[in-house]
Structure formats: C-alpha cells, structure tokens
Design a protein around this ligand. Structure first.
Ligand code: DGL
Length: 261
C-alpha cells in the first residue's frame, strides 16, 4: 500500500498521477482538512503534522509514503526520512529543473505557497538547477484555499491571478512552475490567462514515475483506494468528481473515513 498525503485536495493531482502510473497499486490518501492550508503556517507546525500523518499511514500498513505537497516536502521531507528509515519517502518539489532546462528566455517563475517560497529547500533547488537563469519566486497566499472551495473560475480569483501573472509574462518569463499541488487544478484558468505566452510546468506525472521506481515492486494490489481526512471526509469524497477525478472515485473501497491524527 502506498500512503499519499497533503493538507487537503491538492495532493489528489499527485494521487491521480500515481494511479495512472501504477494502476494495480493499493493507495491510501490522507487529506489534512482540519488544518488546510499549510502554506501560511509555521515550519514546526507543518513538520509535526507531516510526522503524525506519516506515522498513522505507516501504522495502517503503508510501505511507501508520498508527501504530495510541496510545502510539507520543503519543510518536512528530511524529518520524515529520518523518522521512517525503512520506508521510502517520495516528495514533491517545484519543477525548477525542467523549467530552467527548457526556458528559451532563460527566465522562469515559480508560483508557490508562502512557506515553500521562503524555504531553504527551494533556494537550494534554484542554486542547483537554475544557474544563469532568472527565477522569480511568487508566493500566492490564498490560492490553495481557492481550490479547496472550488473557486478556480471565480472572477475575483481570475483578476488576482492576472495581476500576478502579467508582470512575470511582461518581463519575459516563459516557464511558469506550479509549485503547489493544489495549483494543478488552477491550470485551465492560468492557461487561459497566459494565452500561449509561457508554458506551465507541473511535476505530478514525474512523481508518478518516481513512485514506479521506488514502489513498483510492492504495487501489486487490486488498485483499491482508501480515502481518509482529519475533517469533513464526505467533502473529500464529493470533491473527486468536481475536480474531474470521478474515475478515481470509482476505486474507493468504502466511504471516506474521518481519522483523528
Ligand atoms: N498542496 C500543498 C503544496 O503543494 C499545500 C497547500 C497549502 O495547504 O497551503 O504546497
């Protein structure tokens, strides 16, 4: 069983990629809905949540952990690896490397939560993979919450996203990295605003491939999905079709469960 977790709905974009890459793997998804969003919280809080959820998933029998959250990866992936030494931990990091490698203008932008934007881990990723490339890091407070409340097409959000993107595009950024798993669900709206002037870079499928490498051997289940949430489990289940993931909902073996972690 592969355990996948995020603060809320964002990690479903990664879960979908894993299910596509490993259709027979049994998957458990944990949404920390009681504490979403993580992006405006302090690092110690996020680390404590990641370790508690990781422990719960390991106790349930997960043999691989996927931190389907850029914020929790930036702040807590190292702690998870130290804490669960026998369990492969797969994290999600903004696609700085593919964006920098493919940028024609040598100018990319990273959209992320405030916690990811200020993280040393993102700074290191940029130092390692974007030498000679201009990287604009944009914290986007409130965007994950727009996804949680299905407001991707809300006029106020569209105006806010336009105001954030236009200066980046005008300055010549030609790759826009989605540095938060929630933002995958904003991609159609962002694409319309970008109107061909840049490409969006999302790593969800790359994480799916990474899971094949790390978990391929144990992924011979029945393709069953277990949904868990720290609050409003029924909402998690109901959101799957609303996010275009009804095919994933069909793999759920039981109604989503509330768990106190
Ligand atoms: N989906 C998460 C990420 O990738 C966290 C968003 C949030 O809870 O603020 O960063």
């Amino acid at each position: 069983m592969i355990g996948v977790f995020d603060s809320g709905l964002g990690g479903l974009s990664v879960l979908a990629a894993i299910a596509r890459a490993l259709p027979r793997a049994d998957l458990t998804y944990f949404a920390d809905s009681a504490y979403v969003p993580y992006g405006e919280r302090d690092d110690a809080f996020i680390r404590a949540r990641a370790l508690a959820i990781g422990q719960h998933l390991v106790d349930r029998g997960c043999r691989v952990l996927v931190v389907a959250c850029n914020t929790a990866t930036a702040v807590a992936a190292t702690a998870c690896r130290e804490h669960f030494p026998g369990v492969p931990v797969v994290g999600v990091e903004p696609g700085v490397k593919p964006a920098a490698a493919s940028s024609l203008n040598r100018h990319i932008a990273v959209l992320a939560t405030s916690a990811t934007a200020r993280s040393e881990r993102l700074a290191r990723l940029i130092r390692q993979h974007a030498t000679g490339v201009r990287v604009d890091v944009e914290a986007c407070p409130g965007w994950a919450t727009r996804v949680e409340s299905l407001q991707q097409n809300d006029p106020a959000f569209i105006a806010e996203a336009r105001a954030r993107l236009e200066p980046l595009l005008a300055a010549g950024a030609d790759r826009i990295v989605l540095g938060c798993t929630h933002y995958t669900f904003l991609a159609p709206t962002l694409k319309t605003l970008i109107d061909g002037r840049a490409q969006l870079v999302d790593v969800a499928d790359a994480v799916g491939r990474q899971c094949v490498r790390r978990a391929g051997g144990i992924a011979r289940g029945d393709g069953q999905l277990e949904l868990l949430a720290s609050a409003q489990p029924e909402r998690l289940q109901n959101m799957l079709p609303a996010l275009g993931l009804d095919w994933l909902a069909q793999h759920a073996v039981a109604p989503a469960q509330h768990v106190d972690v």
